[in-house]
Ligand binder design. Structure first.
Ligand code: BES
Ligand code: ZN
Length: 475
């Protein structure tokens, strides 16, 4: 999927009259400063999970706040117990609809850094593609909305809606300070609808409206054995090895066909609707793309489902990290005193994260092998999201997407999670439109994350079309 050809829909912007031969024409209607400023935003190493980057995250928040204030919006940076939240608004007028645009300026860690072809926080443009951590997830996508609003304000002096930008610095670590913030500022953040560009497009140039996201729930399991590391010759055979015990626990999460074995795991799962399976089957992506994109020797997953169905509509248990014992080069004859595994579960409607975490904990403790002590620490979680893509605002979003990309919108769910989306509907009572701009090979969370300038430019136009379309709805 990485290569491009003239027939590739990724060149759609070119077909719309923009050459890709030199940097300047790619910009199309974009102000050159939009790209410069996008690159500036990418230079902040705003890694939310890393305590050493706390200052850089805050600096990034300050930069964004200054940018939004410079556009004439009323912008404020709100400190939290974690990273600060940026809120900006135009002057709200009665009788107009209120649209909240949400995004995040924090990014994932960069390791393994040696696999990057250029430094992750020194953005590089090759062809029309920007390579940097956060280029897609989520700086490029949210900054396209910022630039869209800036252009409209410069051109028309006003926006067609009452607008609120809400851009947080903790999405990649579970948004734990955002819910209390929403509760506290519920009145100020009241809105008719929410728009988010933090998801994907099914293929280059194919406008995509996401109407469902999986939820996520995290835990860490630790297996404790001897009080100290032991010589595996002197003691091996007389004590349980914590890493063997941990491996049994992890291996017991699934059967050989990939189905999760935790009792009750599937109890609340809403089966896929026949119309979804049929519609997803007609999308221009499938198992072959999944295999190519991932580079696996063979696809694997729950029997009876396609790759898209497995990722978008079925729950999973994943091992995200595992450790313990000797990790250095060569060998060391040791029985490590403990081991750990970091697990996350992706959840679909109507699974409840708390119930799944409890079921997983009970299962791990019940299966604790003899001779070790198993400890389970529950982590962050977020609910799955599902909405109606055919609602009035859903249709407005589809029109805006079609106007921007010149073809029919694909309606999909996604496997990733944005836990706060469900909280938005609960606390603010508003539905969220997910208009993704990420391409399948954007490498979010991975080395060489990238975002085409064509998508950045499309995002700017999408913002303008969307605000116009949403303004037409009932206030
Ligand atoms: N933008 C992603 C979520 C996403 C990715 C949605 C692809 C749909 C398609 C977001 O920034 C993200 O990575 N979320 C985390 C949430 C977690 C840390 C709580 C995720 O999905 O792992
Ligand atoms: Zn992410």
């Amino acid at each position: 999927m990485a290569g491009k050809s003239a027939g590739d829909p990724r060149c759609r912007v070119q077909a719309a009259g923009l050459s890709t031969r030199t940097a300047a024409p790619i910009l199309g209607g974009m102000k050159p400063t939009a790209v410069d400023e996008f690159l500036q935003l990418l230079r902040f190493p705003s890694i939310s999970t890393s305590p050493e980057h706390r200052g850089a995250v805050a600096e990034c928040g300050r930069w964004l706040t200054a940018k939004l204030a410079g556009m004439g919006l009323d912008a404020e940076l709100h400190p939290t117990e974690g990273h600060p939240i940026v809120v900006a608004r135009n002057r709200h007028q009665p009788g107009r609809r209120t649209v909240l645009i949400y995004g995040h300026y924090d990014v994932q860690p960069v390791d393994p850094v040696e696999l990057w072809e250029s430094p992750p926080f020194e953005p590089r443009i090759t062809g029309d593609i920007v390579f940097a951590r956060g280029a897609t997830d989520n700086k490029g996508q949210i900054f396209a909305h910022v630039c869209g609003v800036e252009e409209t304000l410069q051109r028309a002096g006003d926006l067609p809606v009452n607008l609120i930008f809400l851009i947080e610095g903790e999405e990649e670590v579970g948004s734990s300070n955002l819910e209390p913030f929403l509760q506290k500022h519920r009145e100020a953040l009241r809105c008719d609808v929410i728009a988010v560009s933090d998801t994907g497009m099914v293929a280059p140039g194919v406008p995509t409206l996401t109407y469902g996201l999986r939820g996520v729930a995290a835990l860490e399991v630790r297996v404790h054995g001897p009080s100290t590391d032991l010589h595996s010759g002197i003691f091996g055979g007389a004590v349980a090895n914590p890493l063997t015990a941990l491996s049994r626990l992890v291996a017991g999460l699934h059967d050989d066909a990939g189905r999760v074995l935790i009792p009750g795991f599937y109890d609340a799962v809403t089966p896929l609707a026949p119309w979804e399976r049929e519609a997803w089957g007609r999308l221009p992506i499938g198992d072959a793309d999944m295999q190519q994109l991932t580079g696996v020797p063979a696809l694997f997953g729950e029997a009876g489902y396609t790759s898209l169905e497995r990722v978008w509509g079925r729950p999973t248990a994943e091992v995200n990290g595992i450790g313990g014992g000797f990790q250095g080069k060569g060998t060391k004859t040791v029985i490590g005193r403990e081991g750990f595994a970091k697990l996350t579960f992706r959840l679909v409607p109507e699974q409840k994260p708390e119930a799944i975490l409890e079921a997983a904990r009970a299962d791990l403790l019940r299966r604790a092998p003899a001779g070790v002590r198993v400890e389970v620490e529950l982590g962050h979680y977020g609910e799955p999201y599902l909405t109606d893509p055919h609602s009035a605002d859903g249709q407005a979003a589809q029109r805006a997407l079609e106007k921007t990309f010149g073809r029919k919108t694909a309606l999909i769910r996604e496997g990733g999670s944005i836990p706060i989306i469900n909280t938005f509907s609960r606390v603010l009572g508003a539905d969220t439109l997910l208009l993704g701009l990420a391409l399948p090979d954007c490498r979010a969370h991975a080395p060489n994350e990238n975002f085409p300038l064509a998508n950045f430019e499309a995002g700017i136009r999408l913002n303008q079309a969307l605000l116009e379309e949403l303004a037409r709805g009932k206030a």
